[in-house]
Design a protein around this ligand. Structure first.
Ligand code: AMP
Length: 183
């Protein structure tokens, strides 16, 4: 977990490769559905373009489906999910039904000024259609209103919360993250 621009995708991918587990990113699943012009993709598009969250039941359906696919014995990393308390509750049910406990939640911490700088400064090859200044502002707002409370929710539900420093070079952040996980 972490705000938009925290580096969840980059760090999640490196960590997944390091641990030999798949990374399940709801953002990527949604972008793929859009690119393939599926019914679900069309439904998600309007929300994503505005920087809003796609409805919970859509995202929960995607995650449940992904977890019913081929399973890696070493587990998986969820990236950018859950983003609302309803998603956290839904995930908890999905995992219980599949007897897959959640080991922990990693929270990547980055100050807001740095997030804005990163999101609005993505170079052409990494920029996304939801990186316009208005959408960035909206995504940060939505994060504070909907996603931040999820961290508290996990703390209240006795889930191990690992707070990692998301500032520094990609390598430095990854090293710090692995160190935290090892300890
Ligand atoms: P991301 O790649 O994780 O930044 O996600 C890009 C966009 O996809 C977000 O701004 C949302 O519109 C949508 N999205 C991704 N994950 C979720 C989620 N867990 N819940 C709702 N919307 C999501």
């Amino acid at each position: 977990m972490g705000p938009p621009g925290a580096g969840k995708g980059t760090q999640g991918e490196l960590l997944a490769r390091h641990m030999g587990v798949p990374r399940l990113s709801t953002g990527e699943m949604l972008r793929e559905a859009r690119a393939n012009r599926t019914e679900l993709g069309r439904r998600a598009q309007a929300y994503m373009e505005l920087g809003d969250l796609v409805p919970d039941e859509v995202v929960l359906g995607l995650v449940a489906e992904a977890l019913d696919g081929p399973r890696s014995p070493a587990g998986f990393i969820l990236d950018g999910f859950p983003r609302t308390i309803a998603q956290a509750e839904g995930l908890s049910e999905i995992l219980q039904e599949r007897s897959t406990p959640l080991d922990g939640v990693i929270f990547l911490e980055v100050p807001e000024e740095e997030l804005v700088r990163r999101l609005t400064g993505r170079s052409a090859n990494e920029s996304r259609s939801d990186d316009s200044p208005e959408t960035v502002h909206r995504r940060l707002q939505v994060y504070q209103a909907e996603t931040e409370p999820v961290i508290r929710w996990y703390a209240d539900h006795d889930v191990r919360l690992i707070e990692a420093d998301g500032v520094g070079s990609i390598e430095e952040i990854q090293i710090g993250l692995r160190r935290l996980l090892d300890s």
